[in-house]
Design a protein around this ligand. Structure first.
Ligand code: PFF
Length: 520
């Protein structure tokens, strides 16, 4: 197939920056700080580090290995491991389609808020400005009934930028964009953190974040939170890392790259924790309340708490621009990576060239996104879909993927050999245990726990009726579409590993020497 002339990253640094760009996203800036605070503060860093070492890095290396070995997007790569496994690949592609459609919306809000920061346009009440003046959010959850131009236009701009980057290709588009955006992000966010820690009350916020509650370590939900944060934050289980690694050269070091990307991502996360909690400390002090009264995350943190602080602080406009531009940049580089999964899957499947694939596939996601989210129901649909697709999409797909590769197909060992041929660190027993035992157990436990919460309290009383159905429908729909796409017969399909073709390893006895040949 056209695998021979597959595009390649221009340099190792280019690949690494793109992988870091994908990992560093909204999850780092608006999810990690509050997650750490609620789950033991400083003590959270211990389960977090253990989750990184026992699940995050091993899975990241496995995804890199699959991508680099088969040099294809998830459906085609998994099909080569075993025909039925292709369905898992398409399931991930469907999940990426859905996530991209709403992740872009948040980026668009951030772009708009960078503009609002200049004149602090939210006035005295950022909360009602956000849901009322800006989003026109309906009081009652339900289907869309009003179109919101103030969200539509920035969203269109975000999609235009993303599609142009993708149309330019892996090296000229994605790599170049990350080479520009990541240094800018570090500069802007670094400046923001420096300002934040010099605010009055910053130390109160940092104390609140980092003072350890060691007792939390005996609480199972704290461990679930740590693993959940690592999975989301490293972008594993989405198929993104398989896709990005499929553009690597044969000799690329996999474990070294995973270590660099993993630790860079966690460092950014901790930096974000410092920036956000220093700011919250200032807010608490300015209002004469305790830090725990101002802690928030997600949409509430970015679009309500931060605007409040920006209005209260000297030179708030500059601080606001730095914050929202950082959020938008972090989001764009993640968005590019997730849309690329869908584009490259369709390219591998149909042989379509890049630009038509970007225009049709990327265009379809953009149209879906522009049709559903710039409406009065946008915020509530986004919340519900995000919750269900994370729990019963990404995490469940990762669990199924691991059970299938490790237990059903017994591929983890041979893939480790493949990684070892070009890696600085050897994948040995610990790696197989992490992937075959630790990670599936944790993911399974997470699944049971979140299902229990779902039925106990109906997701904290959140989506009911229309929204719960929309959430379940979207998560179930992704699975169904994945399975159906895998049934469509291929012409010129790549042979699977189990067929006797040149790229194959004998099923029972993996041969490292053959792997070596392939690697050089
Ligand atoms: N690691 C990303 C984040 O922290 O935001 C996860 C992600 C989400 C990647 C959505 C890509 C994406 F489109």
């Amino acid at each position: 197939m056209e695998q021979q002339n597959r595009e390649q990253w221009g340099s190792r640094a280019g690949f690494l920056l793109a992988a870091i760009g994908s990992a560093v996203g909204l999850g780092n800036i608006w999810r990690f700080p509050a997650e750490a605070y609620r789950n033991g503060g400083g003590a959270f860093l211990l389960p977090y580090l253990i989750a990184l070492l026992t699940a995050g890095l091993p899975l990241l290396i496995l995804e890199y290995t699959i991508g680099r070995k088969y040099r294809r997007s998830p459906p085609a790569a998994l099909r080569q491991i075993s025909r039925p496994a292709e369905a898992i690949g398409w399931w991930q592609v469907a999940i990426c389609f859905i996530i991209a459609s709403y992740y872009a919306v948040i980026v668009a809000w951030a772009v708009r808020y960078a503009g609002f920061s200049v004149g602090k346009e939210w006035g005295k009440d950022p909360e009602s400005f956000f849901s009322g003046d800006f989003l026109h959010a309906a009081a009652e959850p339900g289907g869309p009934s009003e179109f919101v131009a103030g969200v539509f236009w920035p969203l269109l701009g975000v999609w235009a930028l993303v599609l142009v980057i993708l149309a330019l290709g892996v090296r000229r588009g994605i790599e170049t964009a990350n080479k520009i955006f990541i240094p800018l992000l570090v500069l802007f966010f670094g400046a923001l953190v420096v300002r934040a820690v010099t605010l009055d009350g910053a130390s109160k916020g940092l104390d609140a974040l980092f003072s350890p509650d060691w007792g939390a370590l005996t609480d199972g939900s704290v461990w679930i939170a740590a693993y959940g944060q690592i999975f989301f934050s490293l972008s594993i289980g989405f198929g993104i890392m398989v896709t990005y690694a499929s553009y690597l050269g044969r000799k690329a070091d996999l474990s070294g790259s995973a270590l660099v990307a993993g630790f860079a991502n966690s460092s950014f996360e901790i930096l974000a924790g410092i920036g956000v909690f220093a700011t919250l400390g200032f807010m608490a002090q300015a209002n004469g309340v305790a830090v725990n009264e101002v802690v928030s995350d997600g949409v509430g943190l970015a679009f309500i708490a931060f605007p409040t602080v920006i209005s209260e602080m000297p030179m708030g406009a500059l601080f606001g621009v730095l914050f929202f531009v950082s959020l938008a940049i972090a989001g764009i580089t993640s968005l590019v990576s997730i849309v690329q999964v869908v584009v490259s899957a369709v390219q591998d499947r149909t042989g379509m060239r890049r630009v038509p694939a970007v225009l049709t596939v990327g265009g379809a996601i953009a149209v879906a996104s522009l049709a559903v989210f710039p409406t009065d129901a946008g915020l509530s649909i986004l919340d519900a879909v995000d919750h269900f697709i994370n729990q019963y999409g990404i995490a469940l797909a990762a669990l199924v993927f691991l059970v299938v590769t490790a237990w059903v197909l017994r591929r983890v060992g041979p893939l480790g050999e493949h990684a070892n041929a070009t890696s600085a660190v050897r994948m040995g027993l610990w790696w197989r245990v992490c992937l075959g035992v630790v990670t599936p157990l944790v993911l399974g436990w997470m699944m049971v726990d979140s299902l229990r919460a779902e039925f106990d309290e109906n997701y904290g009383g959140m989506p009911t009726g229309f929204l719960a159905w929309a959430g379940w429908g979207v998560a179930g729909g992704a699975l169904l579409i994945g399975a159906l796409l895998a049934l469509v017969p291929w012409r010129n399909a790549p042979a699977s590993d189990t067929d006797a073709d040149t790229d194959a390893e004998p099923e029972s006895s993996p041969s490292p020497s053959q792997e070596k040949e392939e690697a050089h």
